[in-house]
Design a protein around this ligand. Structure first.
Ligand code: CA
Length: 227
């Protein structure tokens, strides 16, 4: 089934550019240039996912996001200005599922949209699957080729975060923010040992799913996404 994306962005060049990339990826895409029409279109179109600029004329992206959250759980990716840390926080606090900082790579935006859509599907299924690794989100049990893996609660949460963002570079801060909503100070120091543990249990033959991207963070590499 063709997925629908609504792009709410007042900069025509960016909006068209994003639209083109989504269309290439097989989406049906619609563009709105201001917050109010974005909100109206979201209600009428019921898109699978929304790309929402934070800085919009009239009604801000933040207000649109908050209004949408009161009536739907449609996934929202917020576009924020470069370097504006508070914009990112604002975006996430207003209910966005993810954010991208301008200037961004449109291919990465589409990849993240697809990852979120898989996550939504995963919620319905109540499990995540990446290659041979499966995670039961209800029972909080991970298995590798059907065999249960012994992991702590924090490690399961970390694994879930990796599985929800396959093939995406995640910084330590992003991991902590996404897995523990940023309020897990002790985890910052423990993260390396948790990742070592995950690496040890997930390692199969020559395949190392959790890779270090030097100077950037970690990436959970999945070659066969059975989603
Ligand atoms: Ca804007």
């Amino acid at each position: 089934m063709q997925k629908t994306v609504l792009i709410v962005e007042d900069e025509t060049r960016i909006a068209q550019w994003v639209k083109t990339y989504f269309e290439r990826a097989g989406f049906y895409a619609e563009v709105c240039a201001d917050g109010r029409s974005g909100l109206q279109t979201a209600r009428q179109l019921a898109p699978d996912i929304i790309v929402l600029d934070l800085m919009l004329p009239g009604m801000s992206g933040e207000a649109v996001c908050e209004a949408l959250r009161r009536e739907s759980d449609v996934p929202i990716i917020m576009l924020t200005a470069k370097g504006a840390h508070h914009d990112r926080i604002t975006g996430l606090e207003s209910g966005a599922d993810d954010y991208m900082v301008k200037p961004f790579n449109p291919e990465e935006l589409v990849a993240r949209a697809n990852a979120i859509l898989r996550r939504v599907k995963g919620k319905v299924q109540n499990s995540l699957q990446c290659g041979p690794v499966s995670l039961d989100l209800g029972a909080r049990v991970a298995t590798l080729s059907g065999a249960p893996i012994a992991l702590s609660v924090a490690q399961i949460t970390l694994l879930e975060t990796f599985m929800r963002h396959p093939n995406q570079v995640l910084t330590r801060n992003q991991l902590i923010e996404m897995a523990f909503e940023g309020n897990f100070d002790a985890f910052d120091r423990a993260i390396d040992s948790h990742i070592r543990r995950l690496r040890k249990v997930l390692h199969i033959e020559n395949h190392e799913p959790i890779q270090t991207v030097y100077g950037a963070g970690y990436k959970y590499v999945v070659t066969d996404l059975n989603l």
